[in-house]
Design a protein around this ligand. Sequence first.
Ligand code: GAR
Length: 215
Amino acid sequence: MDEVVFRSPRKKGRIAVLLSGRGSNFMAIREAVHRGAINAEIALVLGNKAEAPGLLKAREWGLETVFLDPKAFASRDDYDRAVIGELDKRRIDLVCLAGYMRVLTPALCDAYRHRLVNIHPALLPAFPGLHVQQKAIDWGVRFSGCTVHFVAAEVDMGPIILQACVPVLQDDTEDALAARILVEEHRIYPEAVRLYFEGRLEVRGRRVFVLGLGA
Ligand code: GAR
């Protein structure tokens, strides 16, 4: 078996959520933190869109928020350097991408290697990228779902932490399938974050083992 390259820490963690829009996954994580299911606090919600509903909600809830305007930076490298600065300043243990629609630079991926996770609305490695629910319908796959994974430099890749499956129905529309998948996203994203801070995620090669599940 591949050797262990990473084991998640068992500690009270400091989470940053990065988002661009609605923020329903952020809200699911926040709800799990709130009821004590996740041993962590949300120390930062950072957005790249001033009016993102998720960012506005975070502010309303009294969480620390930062809006970084992409137009204020000369390059993606400069932008992500500023993101790293905001994360480092708050000693963030885990960055959760939650509908954050920017491709991360290798510098950010490297700086937060194994401390950066994402949710994607498909069963990776099938259907990376955008409009993936429509792509699943167009391909005629019988099942789709969602994936929580560690972020590596390639888009929507990196070791898979949890997945959940939903059926694709014959008369599905993009919206109907997206809604069915979203229910599962809200279940497995908080679950993955919980496992992370229980010190139960072990990365070997490109596989993630969940410790304490039995053989
Ligand atoms: C979610 O469906 C998430 O999986 C997807 O964006 C949506 C954000 O919704 N992310 C990606 O497609 C990343 N490649 P939310 O803002 O309500 O959490």
